[in-house]
Write a protein that binds this ligand. Structure first.
Ligand SMILES: Cc1ncc(COP(=O)(O)O)c(C=O)c1O
Length: 401
């Protein structure tokens, strides 16, 4: 009997585990840890969405198995959202599917379309399921730069010339977790032109489409004419409506990919609990002021965090979207690497961050700082970081937060 399972052997030890262990130990000693290491929204789901759930759950007819690909009203609500927000026309019957959070959709689509030995193109660093969905399915991953620019496009051309077998799919995610990079519609046009020419599927993860801080909302890749020939896009209610625990996401776009995901999911699940799907319709089709409020909350946190870090002498770029700052490790600590730096910051400042290495080899040299605590706690965190940096001889900026 083998205890060496092929798929499990392809999954490296969880990089975050070390920092998580240190975090748990510090808490067990009664220390107050400010946890900016997770991507878990801390604000409650808006009350009208919760009310709809409660109302629906009281109806016994909602207690049966639901519909794996999502109830028709929910698929129509997602199509309505795409029409309003992006001017993209979707057929709710053939071009939309509901998923149990976008992570589940990404993982199952990866396995639906992958043959063992396929080559897949994945930005590095990236959100882990982007590469591990494919790795679990038996693919080889070729890393490409995570920047939405010429570097990525050149790397894609090289990958097509030099990978055997030729890549079958590419994944992108803007605004990005962990880097917070955002992409323009022009960039998506180049990407779609490349993928159509080379006949490569694109999986776009748009989980942070409503968490943006500039004037320009992030575009959808499906806005590019012809994108539906080769692309599918994942969205999620987790961040937009603070519904992470509800597990509600979507895939939309190319009908063949939607059909493949529908088919594999029909074997695996019965869909989200019906009251959750009904409440998700209320989220997408009801009043949208809550989306603005959530966005404003993250913007305020971003400003407090970035100002505080600058004042502490840590020059971290201000993210234009997502709920993260992607922070280069200060020069003074560069040699120790992101895992040891995160552990030191936890031990000496009581602040938990995610080591960049956890998002891939090219995430080394950075840590990801989540906007997942309120502004008072963020101020407390940046004050502690200031004391920490001061102790280690990092010069402070003139400004004060
Ligand atoms: C880029 C990205 N995609 C997908 C997800 C998963 O979201 P969901 O809750 O919809 O599964 C996350 C969660 O943090 C994420 O950061």
């Amino acid at each position: 009997m083998t205890e060496e399972f092929h798929r499990i052997r392809r999954l490296p030890p969880y990089v975050f585990a070390e920092v998580n262990k240190a975090k748990a130990a510090a808490r067990a000693h009664g220390e107050d840890i400010i946890d900016l290491g997770m991507g878990n929204p801390d604000s409650p789901t808006p009350p009208h969405i919760v009310r709809k759930l409660v109302e629906t759950v009281a109806d016994p007819r909602s207690h049966r198995y639901s519909v794996s690909r999502g109830i028709p009203g929910l698929r129509r609500a997602l199509a309505g959202y795409y029409e309003r927000r992006f001017g993209v026309d979707l057929n709710p019957e053939t071009e939309v599917i509901a998923t149990l959070g976008s992570k589940e959709g990404l993982a199952n689509l990866s396995s639906a379309i992958t043959s063992p030995g396929d080559t897949i193109l994945v930005p590095n660093p990236s959100y882990p399921i982007h590469q591990f969905g494919f790795i679990i399915a038996g693919a080889s991953v070729r890393s490409i730069p995570a920047t939405p620019d010429e570097d990525m496009l050149r790397a894609l051309e090289r990958a097509v010339r030099h990978s055997v077998p030729k890549p079958t799919a590419l994944i992108v995610n803007f605004p990005s977790n962990p880097t917070a990079f955002t992409a323009s519609l022009d960039f998506y046009k180049d990407l779609v032109a490349f993928a159509r020419r080379e006949q490569i599927w694109i999986l776009s993860d748009l989980a942070y489409c409503e968490i943006y801080f500039g004037d320009e909302p992030p575009p959808s890749i499906l806005q590019v004419p012809g994108a539906k020939d080769i692309a599918v896009e994942f969205t999620s209610l987790s961040k937009t409506y603070s519904m992470a625990g509800w597990r509600m996401g979507f895939a939309a776009g190319n009908p063949h990919l939607i059909q493949a995901l529908t088919r594999i999911k029909s074997y695996l699940d019965y869909g989200a609990f019906t009251p959750i799907q009904v409440a998700a319709v209320a989220a997408l089709s009801g009043p949208q002021d809550c989306v603005t409020e959530i966005r404003d909350m993250y913007r305020e946190r971003r400003d407090v965090l970035i100002r505080g870090l600058h004042a502490a002498g840590w020059d971290v770029p201000s993210p234009q979207g997502s709920m993260f700052a992607w922070a280069p490790i200060p020069e003074r600590f560069a040699e120790m690497g992101s895992v040891d730096f995160s552990k030191l910051l936890l031990k000496e400042a009581g602040v938990a961050v995610a080591p960049g290495l956890g998002f891939g080899e090219y995430g080394e040299g950075f840590v990801r700082i989540g906007l997942v605590e309120n502004t008072q706690r963020l101020r407390q965190a940046t004050r502690a970081i200031k004391t920490f940096l001061n102790k280690h001889g990092v010069k402070q900026a003139e400004a004060v937060s």
